[in-house]
Write a protein that binds this ligand. Structure first.
Ligand SMILES: Nc1ncnc2c1ncn2[C@@H]1O[C@H](COP(=O)(O)OP(=O)(O)O)[C@@H](O)[C@H]1O
Ligand SMILES: [Mg+2]
Length: 224
């Protein structure tokens, strides 16, 4: 379970990214985090990932207060998460397979074991035939699915995807969302942020953010 209790994030004095957010996300839920640019979506995901700390309030994940994790325990905590954050691109000088193997190698896996698991992850996002290719020879949608494979190769219990469909056409956006949805059936909690209203049609639960606060619909999020 992921729980936010009265969470506020103020980056610099007077700049509030999140205001008094309280919410609960159960294990295995598929959540769309919606809201216009600047609403606080990335900040909310970063608080779950322990990349940022709340200014006040508590973020807890599986009973652990994330802000109490210290520098040595944070990397272990993050390995339980599948992170698809913005600006974490693929390494262009190596193959798709090598990119997906990397988190396992960093975690100390033998390369034979890492390769088996990386190929299995690529199969899950339907990219087995691109394993030996370089990232730049893939379409934007395919590259984003490689990023998903890389995020799930450690078998995380929680996947955080920050605008994974930005810059994709509808067809590719749907493929990315379907790839993420497939993990939900395995009991993985998945939070996908998006400012694309069309994508929300697929969601079982939507959390709307507007100027750092939870809003009850897309219309009121935009109007705020
Ligand atoms: N590192 C930062 N330092 C200062 N302000 C920030 C920082 N990150 C985000 N903000 C501000 O917090 C607000 C929410 O940003 P963000 O969480 O990125 O929203 P979204 O992802 O919905 O576009 C914005 O006003 C943004 O300018
Ligand atoms: Mg963002």
């Amino acid at each position: 379970m992921i729980e936010f209790k009265n969470v506020t994030k103020e980056y610099t004095q007077g700049v509030f990214a999140l205001r008094d957010i309280s919410l609960t996300i159960a294990d295995g839920e598929l959540i769309f985090l919606a809201g216009p640019s600047g609403a606080g979506k990335s900040s909310l995901l970063k608080l779950i990932a322990g990349v940022e700390r709340p200014s006040s309030g508590i973020v807890s994940v599986h009973g652990q207060d994330v802000s109490k994790l210290n520098a040595s325990s944070l990397p272990f905590y993050r390995r339980k998460l599948g992170l698809i954050l913005q600006g974490q691109g693929l390494l262009l000088d190596r193959s798709v397979l090598a990119n997906v193997m990397l988190p396992l190698i960093v975690a100390g896996a033998a390369s034979s074991e890492a390769e088996i698991r990386a190929r299995a992850a690529l199969e899950k996002v339907n990219l087995s035939d691109k394993a030996e290719a370089r990232p730049l020879t893939l379409s934007g949608g395919e590259q984003q699915r490689v990023a998903i494979a890389r995020a799930i190769v450690n078998r995380p219990r929680i996947i955080l995807a920050d605008e994974p469909t930005a810059f994709l056409d509808k067809d590719n956006a749907n493929k990315v969302v379907n790839a993420l949805k497939a993990f939900q059936s395995a009991g993985v909690t998945c939070i996908i942020s998006s400012h694309d209203e069309q994508l929300l049609e697929q969601a079982s639960r939507v959390i709307y953010l507007s100027k750092g606060a939870i809003s009850d619909s897309w219309t009121s999020a935009l109007a705020a």
